[in-house]
Design a protein around this ligand. Structure first.
Ligand code: FES
Length: 114
């Protein structure tokens, strides 16, 4: 896990729902101050992204049932599993935060791309 690992204390509680449903946690990256989103996918994979839209910087969020991250400003959508843009106007993916599980915590590192 490259970079500085950041343990989000809120992360594990939100993403470890016992019912197996998807969980989403919106947190603040303590290093950059950017909003970040931690998502537990249906297959129990946990992913994390900068929640800053790559179009003009609005905060993206997960809309329940939509299966995508969505930007409220101009409607860009991003793939939950990869962060890649699915629909414009954004053309770049949201930066990925590497994630690992350790000692019962979800550790989220600084994004791979600044
Ligand atoms: Fe997100 Fe424009 S700022 S779509």
């Amino acid at each position: 896990l490259a970079g500085v690992a950041i343990a989000y204390s809120a992360g594990i509680n939100v993403v470890s729902g016992a019912d197996g449903t998807k969980g989403v946690s919106l947190v603040t990256d303590p290093k950059s101050g950017d909003p970040a989103v931690i998502i537990r996918l249906a297959n129990d994979t946990v992913v994390a992204y900068d929640a800053v839209c790559t179009h003009q910087g609005c905060t993206v969020g997960y809309v329940q049932g939509s299966g995508v991250l969505q930007c409220p400003c101009h409607g860009a959508t991003f793939d939950l599993a990869s962060g890649e843009p699915l629909d414009g106007p954004a053309v770049d993916p949201v930066p990925v935060h590497p994630v690992r599980a350790r000692d019962g915590w979800i550790e989220v590192a600084a994004p791979e791309t600044p």
